[in-house]
Design a protein around this ligand. Structure first.
Ligand code: HEC
Ligand code: HEC
Length: 290
């Protein structure tokens, strides 16, 4: 090495002895600031390895001086959230729906829980804004199949309707008037015109008059004489323009001919009591609660 040492005439810096086509490489030292940062990073990383979990071993890893773990941190945060909620959840469990509704603090907690449980379990059928779809009732209005008091809503959520999951599910089925050969097509067409009259739609007066007599005989027992419906039987009101299955003459005739039998699952066996309560409070708050 030593014999190669040579001082460059122009810069006065020693060369490395490497030479290509007469061009020689200067042996300039690394800048001090650069070396400073390099050494500082080495010291920092050694400190880091000692203090924090760092080096993978065969089936574990070095845990560091303080045993820090981001998982444990999340777990302890979750624990403290659960602890903070535990008080409220215990209160919800023992309070009646009416007590929850009138206690602003509990109400806020129940609504938040109800909203998130609704998004997870109910929105696929009832829509994310609970606006419903054909066959799946809108839960924002004050038109109820099975009743809109807190207790009725809780019952419907817990037991559902026409399902095989719960012996206490709401039952009651509208007959399929054509399939079951109770009414002829003409009679159904006439009754359809009367239902349109009841609901305030456009109708054929002659046919509706015929239909009125059939309605009184075949339908009033469930839908009431004036078409107001019956929450005991899950029979919707027919004297307004809110339709579960559609209000065109075609849709109404289809409902009368073949019946519909909407199925709502029973959530009592799937969700815990407190969640069902929170859902009842939430649905009741959507606008149609009685
Ligand atoms: C698989 C689809 C489905 C899911 C999921 C579902 N529902 Fe329903 N729900 C229905 C149907 C269908 C009806 C109408 C039943 C009928 O025709 O009698 C209904 C009716 C209701 C009613 C009664 C409305 C009234 O007018 O009386 C309430 C309240 C209700 N659902 C709440 C919920 C809640 C809360 C959830 C989530 C925990 C939920 N539903 C999940 C299908 C569903
Ligand atoms: C045994 C009781 C019962 C009788 C009798 C009955 N219905 Fe119904 N009706 C119901 C029920 C329950 C529903 C709701 C079905 C569902 O939710 O799937 C319904 C739904 C309807 C609907 C759908 C309303 C909407 O919002 O889409 C119409 C229309 C209707 N009935 C008309 C009639 C007419 C007309 C008759 C007589 C020819 C009749 N019903 C007889 C129980 C009855």
């Amino acid at each position: 090495m030593v014999e190669h040492k040579e001082i460059d005439d122009v810069s006065g810096v020693e060369t490395t002895g490497h030479e290509w086509d007469g061009i020689k490489e200067l042996n300039s030292p690394m800048p001090r600031w650069w070396l400073g940062i390099l050494y500082a990073s080495i010291v920092w990383s050694i400190g880091y390895w000692i203090v924090y979990p760092a080096i993978p071993l065969v089936d574990s890893y070095t845990t560091g001086l303080f045993g820090y773990s981001s998982r444990a941190e999340v777990a302890s945060e979750m624990d403290s959230v659960r602890e903070a909620q535990a008080g409220h959840i215990a209160e919800l469990r023992s309070a009646s729906l009416e007590q929850i509704r009138t206690n602003p603090d509990l109400l806020e907690f129940a609504l938040a829980g109800g909203r998130s449980a609704f998004n997870v379990n109910c929105s696929q059928c009832h829509g994310s804004g609970a606006q419903g779809f054909s066959g799946y009732p809108n839960l924002n209005d004050d038109e109820w199949l099975w009743g809109g008091t807190l207790d009725e809503i809780q019952y419907t959520i817990a037991h559902g309707a026409r399902n095989e999951m719960d012996d206490d599910a709401h039952l009651s089925d509208m007959p399929a008037f054509l399939t079951d050969e109770i009414l002829s097509r003409e009679e159904i067409a006439d009754t359809t015109q009367y239902v349109l009259q009841l609901s305030g739609g456009e109708y054929d007066a002659g046919a509706a008059l015929q239909g009125a007599a059939i309605y009184d005989e075949q339908c009033a027992a469930c839908h009431a004489e004036d078409g107001a419906g019956d929450n005991e039987l899950g029979a919707p009101a027919l004297n307004n323009a809110i339709w579960l299955y559609g209000g065109s003459a075609k849709a109404i005739a289809e409902t009368i001919s073949n019946s519909r039998s909407g199925v709502m699952p029973a959530w009592g066996g799937i969700l815990d009591d407190v969640t069902v309560k929170q859902l009842a409070i939430y649905v009741h708050s959507l606008g149609g609660g009685q």
